[in-house]
Design a protein around this ligand. Structure first.
Ligand code: SF4
Length: 250
């Protein structure tokens, strides 16, 4: 099990040394730069609150160093926009019990495109309103996955239009057919949906769509970890870094 991570190896002093260290400034809301450094390490604040660091060109290099040091090991990915945005990833730890409340795992329920309009709306409303009390937390559903089962681009489009109109959650486009994915992206081109999914078979066309529509994408490898690594490297080579990894659920 991987437990140790970069941020937990840092000391507040290492962070402090790179801060502007202006005594009595308190623009970050803390009494001192050391207090700010400690909060940065425990993820209770963010670098951008230190205005001198951000605004003074003399600290540009320090800001870049700190950004790199504090960058999460797992990249943060935004799905959706505005009120319907969900953020996943951004983890500084791999161990599941540490810092687990930062971007908790997002849960999605799917709606298929073979349903009639009333049934789609009923499912979407269920997802919008679902709540579950669990040890003091109110859990809800975070995303809605629209799955193409008819393999008909027009049917998929009309399902997505209904879901997009009624859903309060961001949307996952579920298909391995690039034509269907393209149809979905045309409907949701301003909504930043997550594509599910690119595989060894469809990746060339999916990569083109991801670049064109600037959306996050899942990469699936059917249990073959080397395929997953290869696809991730390829997507990154083309400048695509908003990647979710699926080692094998389809
Ligand atoms: S805003 Fe920056 S320089 Fe000012 S006290 Fe906070 S950390 Fe120090």
């Amino acid at each position: 099990m991987i437990v140790m991570v970069k941020i937990t190896k840092l000391s507040p002093l290492e962070i402090y040394k790179l801060l502007p260290r202006r005594s009595g400034c308190r623009l970050c809301g803390e009494d001192s730069c050391m207090a700010f450094a400690i909060k940065l390490l425990s993820l209770q604040t963010n670098l951008e609150k230190c205005k001198p660091l951000i605004e003074d060109p003399g600290f540009r290099e320090n800001y870049e160093k700190l950004s790199k040091l504090l960058k999460p090991l797992v990249k943060e990915i935004e799905i959706g926009v505005g009120d319907r945005k969900v953020v996943i990833g951004g983890k500084h730890v791999v161990h599941r019990h540490e810092l687990m409340l930062r971007n908790p795992t997002a849960i999605a329920i799917d709606v298929s495109d073979d349903l009639d309009k009333d049934k789609i709306i009923e499912k979407v409303e269920f997802i919008n309103n679902f709540k579950y009390e669990y040890v003091g937390y109110e859990l809800k559903l975070d995303l809605i996955a629209v799955r193409s089962v008819t393999n008909d681009p027009e049917r998929f489009k009309s399902t997505l239009k209904i879901v997009n109109e009624y859903s309060k959650r961001p949307i996952i486009i579920c298909s391995i057919d690039p034509e269907i994915i393209h149809a979905g992206l045309e409907v949701l081109d301003k909504e930043r949906p997550l594509i599910y999914t690119a595989t060894m078979k469809n990746w060339i066309k999916v990569l083109e769509l991801v670049r064109r529509f600037k959306v996050p994408v899942t990469i699936s490898s059917l249990g073959k970890i080397n395929d997953l690594i290869s696809l991730v490297k390829t997507f990154r080579k083309y400048g695509i870094s908003d990647l979710c990894l699926d080692p094998g659920t389809i």
